[in-house]
Design a protein around this ligand. Structure first.
Ligand code: SAM
Length: 217
């Protein structure tokens, strides 16, 4: 980090806010700091989970970085019938999330879970409202679908390059906590759909309309 003794740092632990600290000793692998004062109270991200089918590796890191910057709370890669690339290495993606959280001045780091089968995840997410990005064109326009929707636990579900299978589409239709939405009249790449869906959700339900308190100002 190219810091030296007496340099000031800003530290956060994801639970108690942000604190100013000073380096009082440092070795190659260890550093001791003296915590001075709290600079920001804890600000947690909305209860939003990203459920997405992994794509080629580099894009996975890009997706985790963008989802972190945009305030997603947890990231759960899912295996769908058409998922081609399953290699979402959660420990590497966890480091990408930490770096992105530091850069965007979040005070919490999204958890990146190990990849799981979609069917199992849908069973575990019955207490979530699921914004299902339905590329078949049968979803509601997203603004209409999210109008007057309150907080609670939400998840955004995005399919793989080849889209959801007929089996999955039929199953998703049976779930009353699943809200199929459309993202406009063009087929978006998975990573484009993820960024678009998070932005629209954050604008309608999440924290994009709150007053920021950036420390870098
Ligand atoms: N099935 C499409 C095909 O084979 O051309 C591609 C699927 S798209 C690359 C990947 C995912 O992005 C879809 O499963 C869906 O979740 C989301 N998506 C892309 N465009 C969308 C749209 N216009 N409306 C809703 N979701 C969309």
């Amino acid at each position: 980090m190219r810091h030296k003794i007496s340099d000031a740092l800003l530290l956060f632990n994801g639970a108690d806010g942000e604190f100013k600290a000073e380096i009082i000793s440092a070795t190659k692998n260890q550093m001791t700091v003296e915590v001075k004062n709290q600079t920001r109270t804890q600000l947690s991200s909305p209860n939003l989970t990203l459920l997405y089918s992994p794509v080629k590796n580099a894009k996975n890191e890009f997706i985790v970085q963008k989802a972190t910057e945009m305030g997603v709370k947890t990231i759960q890669p899912v295996i769908t019938d058409n998922t081609v690339k399953e290699g979402a290495k959660s420990e590497r993606l966890g480091l990408v999330a930490i770096e992105a959280a530091e850069q965007c001045e979040r005070l919490d780091v999204p958890e990146v879970f190990a990849i799981e089968k979609l069917d199992k995840i849908l069973n575990n997410y019955k207490d979530h409202k699921i914004m299902f990005c339905d590329e078949t064109g049968q979803g509601k326009p997203v603004a209409e679908a999210l109008r007057n929707e309150g907080g609670s636990n939400w998840a955004i579900l995005i399919g793989p390059e080849g889209g959801f299978s007929a089996r999955e589409l039929a199953y998703l239709k049976t779930m009353n906590n699943v809200h199929p939405v459309g993202l406009g009249p063009r087929i978006l790449r998975a990573e484009t759909a993820i960024i678009t869906a998070i932005a629209l959700w954050q604008g309608a339900v999440g924290d994009f309309n709150t007053q920021p308190d950036f420390r870098s100002n």
